[in-house]
Design a protein around this ligand. Structure first.
Ligand code: GLC
Ligand code: MG
Length: 421
């Protein structure tokens, strides 16, 4: 969060399963649409927060399965664990507040007496979260009885039912809503309260997100019954909370538009990327557009025309160099010629490209360095590179690509045979 020196223009706080991630869309199209919108228009001055019920273990698994961006803040285990940045530094201050009237041993002992409750996987049992599966028909009764017993033992807990099957027991001061309130307070104390905050969810454990004062909320179209019921009973007159018409990340994009929180046209929704104009010149935009073009080129979704190759070459410095992650050097112009040969080679195949953490800095007047993660999914294999691009602004010509350098990301296999750029 230190990256921003002033308040975020927009902070998105989103659930993952069935909200940011559509498990019914093997192509991940709405997520990819969201990703390019975020990197194109928001990354540089806004904050992305993921708030999931998953433990760190299952969260990391999801990151491997789906093309998720890297958030600024990760809230896991239903608001009981908050971490910051790429290296996920834990917020110990938050954990300390959760011990109030909480005793893990007692919670396990009392909940273990209910035969209707089936314990979830070991990874999902956390210091401030005990989780079970329970049948819909029994959820209400079990919740009532268990709350009473834990209260009798001197504890103050919160029991949340989600997705028509999951039952979580947390300290009363925990949960996604309380974790968000804590984060907002922290940002405010640093003079960085976001201008707007949009919360996004689909199930019971997200309800709290929509009760935080002054935030916008979107329940995606595919929201669960228990969330819609909560909304009807508690928030139906709040104009800041909507039930989107679109599923998952599509609903988030829709809400950005309806609440007028900023640009809501994803570059992926623009068919001719050369036409995609933005108000301010930001070299980050160039990179997002280029890699989207690269995906479409290899999928054979754009015409194999001279005009495209000429326009790409025109935006490169004639002496520009590309350092391939293998270490080999080539001129940028030769790299474009190489790319031309690969037109349509991924046609009809599972092939997607996305960029993450696109951040530009002006290193000298008119010279920009853009750093980003570039990812490529080909079939079931995914590889990524840390990419640095140097741009120079030329009077009347816009931005010129001067130098591109890539190094393999830690997770990527060092097989460079198919990597073009
Ligand atoms: C995630 C967690 C699970 C929890 C559920 C609802 O699926 O893995 O433990 O019960 O979210 O919060
Ligand atoms: Mg969910």
């Amino acid at each position: 969060m230190e990256r921003l020196t002033s308040p975020a223009r927009l902070m998105i706080v989103s659930d993952l399963d069935h909200t940011m991630v559509d498990h019914h869309d093997p192509e991940n199209l709405s997520l990819l649409r969201f990703n390019s919108l975020w990197e194109h228009a928001y990354r540089h001055d806004s904050l992305l927060v993921f708030s999931t019920g998953r433990s760190p273990t299952l969260y990391k698994e999801l990151r491997k399965e789906k093309p998720l961006l890297t958030p600024d803040v990760t809230i896991m285990s239903v608001g009981t664990e908050i971490t910051y940045g790429n290296s996920m530094v834990p917020d110990h201050g938050w954990v300390d507040t959760l011990n109030h009237k909480w005793d893990l041993g007692v919670v396990k002992e009392e909940s273990g007496k209910f035969s209707a409750l089936t314990l979830q996987a070991e990874t999902e049992q956390r210091p401030h979260k005990v989780s079970f599966y329970v049948d819909k028909s029994k959820a209400h009764e079990v919740t009532k009885e268990l709350s009473q017993r834990l209260e009798n033992r001197g504890l103050d807990v919160k029991i949340i039912y989600s997705g028509g099957m999951d039952l979580d027991i947390l300290p009363q001061g925990a949960g996604k809503g309380q974790a968000l309130a804590y984060l907002l307070k922290k940002l405010k104390s640093e003079g960085k309260l976001p201008v707007n905050t949009l919360t996004c969810g689909d199930s019971g454990n997200d309800a709290e997100l929509f009760s935080i004062p002054d935030v916008y909320g979107v329940m995606v179209s595919n929201a669960q019954e228990e969330l819609l019921k909560w909304h009807a009973e508690n928030a139906k007159d709040n104009p800041k909370v909507i039930h989107a018409k679109e599923r998952c990340a599509g609903g988030i994009i829709q809400a950005i538009g309806e609440f007028k929180l900023g640009p809501n046209l994803s570059p992926r929704d623009v068919s001719d990327f050369l036409e995609c104009k933005v108000e301010n010149v930001n070299p980050g935009h160039e990179v997002v557009k280029f890699f989207l073009f690269y995906e479409r080129w290899r999928r054979g979704e754009v015409e194999n025309s001279e005009a495209y190759a000429a326009s790409l070459k025109a935006s490169c410095h004639p002496g520009g160099v590309f350092v391939h992650p293998s270490g080999a050097e080539k001129s940028l112009i030769d790299t474009i010629d190489e790319l031309r040969k690969h037109h349509g080679d991924k046609q009809g195949k599972k092939f997607r490209v996305w960029v993450d953490q696109v951040l530009a800095t002006e290193s000298a007047p008119g010279t920009w360095m853009v750093k980003l993660g570039k990812w490529e999914q080909s079939g079931d294999e995914r590889i990524g590179c840390t990419t640095t691009v140097k741009f120079t602004a030329k009077e009347g010509e816009g931005l010129v690509w001067e130098h591109v350098q890539q190094t393999w990301s830690e997770e990527s296999k060092l097989d460079d045979s198919s990597w073009i750029i």
